[in-house]
Design a protein around this ligand. Structure first.
Ligand SMILES: Cc1cc2nc3c(=O)[nH]c(=O)nc-3n(C[C@H](O)[C@H](O)[C@H](O)COP(=O)(O)OP(=O)(O)OC[C@H]3O[C@@H](n4cnc5c(N)ncnc54)[C@H](O)[C@@H]3O)c2cc1C
Length: 502
């Protein structure tokens, strides 16, 4: 039977145990605060969406030179044959503006970008190990590995490694983590200061935990079909959840209930092309990001009528992938097929396209491929004939925008290769939702939650997916982990300082 208990006081209480939460925990511990993390899932299912990631962080850098001290031995051994352009602050800012069509908050973006510069070093001091992501973010050219699209740095062992290393460092520094405990509300005193949380443990016991300050880092509402339908619109209840099933938005609601302001684009989200037979309700902890299909820029994507509907080569994958999930949701049956032939198949990301199980077919003719996948064969043959006949013959170079255009409707602006050499390969994809873009409004200087009057709510901070203002409609790959780390670090430091002052 449920009963009520009041627990001890801690300086900083952090809600969640994903990347943003751990960054807040490290920053608060660095300032001497006692830290308790309260996480909804059991330890065996922990890490939030951060666990499922590739561990890719978008940070500013000056090329391999500045990154070298933080990279693992395997990467350092390859640096002499690596081409990685610098990624300066102005390019990161321009990417954010371009992709969100100016709907990003400029002050938050400036903070995100400027604080990304020392993030690799800061996280390395807090137990995170680094590599360059050759297998995902580069192509071979003349014996050299050429990176594209502003994203190169990742954690060793991806999201699994990130969470394991965060957890080890946090526990080693004296942070306590209480798993299996879901936060359901916030406690306040007579002055409006947030003084702790209400939560329910795995046995159904309700607790009040008192704290000097509280940091919310409990993710968005992407795993709740009803909230998706309410905010993103009709049809989104059918999207497949790529990551944690636990990010269901109740902590956002708890913050709104104490007067927090909404911010950012609550009507859009990050969504990608995802194996059509993946679970609807949450990611696979073994395969994690392997269920994604991200080599579409070198193929074509058709619906089950055999029609193309996106410009697969509009830009580097890192700048288009997060908006193409929603385009699939709009297609008949919410399904699409990425198609390649024997020429392009060797260029596909191995970890994704050689993954098992996988929803795909292979055939020696387009008609057979269509029959195996459930695509209208006449439509497919017509689409491919028109596509193949419209390609401007220029050199094919997957690591740069090669202007190898297919002049059809919709056009393919780069990397257009005829589907002509059997066998043909088709991969069935649906819309996989990653995370929601809307969230709370926070002060840019210290990640303190703002109320609807723009005033700081005493004792309350937020970071990660549940903060709004950075993204809308689209998103530059690798920015979610960076955003969580930048604002998590800021929130943890400020929460520790406010707790010490009270
Ligand atoms: C398959 C996949 C691949 C991705 N790859 C990348 C990538 O390579 N690079 C990148 O930048 N981004 C990537 N992303 C996006 C990235 O995961 C998020 O932007 C980032 O992890 C968000 O971190 P967070 O700490 O805000 O949230 P999370 O990591 O989701 O953590 C939220 C935590 O809060 C907990 N929680 C929820 N509700 C409660 C409650 N009521 N009480 C207590 N705890 C609660 C959850 O259980 C969870 O542990 C990927 C996402 C997915 C799903």
């Amino acid at each position: 039977m449920a009963n009520d208990q009041t627990d001890r006081v801690v300086d900083v209480l952090i809600v969640g145990a994903g990347n943003a939460a751990f960054c807040a925990a490290h920053a608060a511990r660095d300032r001497g605060a006692s830290v308790l993390m309260v996480e909804k899932t059991p330890a065996a299912e922990t890490g939030g969406n951060s666990f499922y990631t590739a561990g890719a962080f978008r940070v500013t850098h000056d090329g391999v030179h500045g990154l070298r001290p933080y990279l693992n031995e395997t990467t350092v051994a390859r640096l002499d044959t690596t081409e990685l352009s610098a990624y300066p602050a102005e390019t990161f800012i321009a990417d954010m503006r371009r992709l969100t069509e100016g709907h990003n908050d400029d002050a938050m973006t400036d903070r995100l970008v400027s604080d990304s510069a020392d993030l690799v070093a800061w996280l390395a001091e807090h137990g995170i190990t680094w590599r360059l992501m050759y297998e995902r973010q580069s192509y071979q050219r003349d014996g050299r590995d050429v990176f594209f699209g502003g994203l190169a740095v990742g954690t060793v062992d991806g999201g699994k490694g990130l969470i394991a290393q965060h957890t080890a460092h946090a526990l080693g520094s004296g942070v306590e983590i209480r798993y299996g405990t879901a936060v359901t509300g916030l406690l306040r005193d007579d002055t409006g200061r947030v003084t702790g949380v209400l939560c329910t443990d795995a046995e159904g016991n309700r607790h009040q935990i008192r704290a000097g300050t509280v940091v919310l880092a409990a993710g968005g509402f992407e795993a709740d079909p009803q909230r998706r339908k309410d905010h993103l619109g009709e049809g989104w209840e059918r999207a497949l959840v790529r990551g944690s099933p636990a990010n269901t938005g109740e902590v956002l609601d708890a913050a709104l209930a104490v007067g927090a302001d909404r911010f950012g684009d609550w009507a859009s989200c990050h969504s990608v092309q995802w194996d059509a037979n993946a679970s609807p309700s949450g990611g696979n902890r073994e395969l994690t990001n392997q269920l994604t299909r991200q080599s579409y820029p070198i193929g074509i994507v058709v619906n089950n009528r055999g029609n193309r509907f996106i410009d697969e080569g509009a830009d580097y994958r890192n700048y288009t992938y997060a908006k193409y999930g929603r385009e699939i949701l709009r297609q008949p049956e919410g399904i699409a097929f990425q198609l390649f032939d024997a020429t392009t198949r060797p260029l596909l990301r191995t970890e994704e396209y050689d993954s098992s199980p996988i929803t795909m077919a292979e055939a020696d003719t387009l008609e057979d491929l269509a029959a195996k996948l459930g695509i209208d064969p006449d439509g497919l043959v017509r689409t491919v004939r028109e596509f193949n006949g419209s390609i401007e013959d220029r050199p094919f170079e997957p690591a740069v925008k090669d202007n190898r255009v297919a002049k059809v409707d919709p056009p393919k602006s780069n990397w257009a290769m005829a589907l002509a050499t059997p066998p043909f390969y088709g991969y069935a994809v649906s819309c996989g939702i990653t995370f929601t873009f809307g969230g709370l409004r926070v002060a840019v200087d210290n990640a303190q939650v703002l109320d609807t009057e723009g005033e700081r709510i005493p004792g309350l901070y937020a970071a990660g997916e549940l903060v709004g203002g950075l993204f809308s409609g689209n998103y530059p790959g690798g920015t979610g982990l960076t955003a969580g780390a930048v604002f998590g670090r800021a929130a943890g430091a400020a929460a520790a300082a406010e707790s010490a002052a009270n």
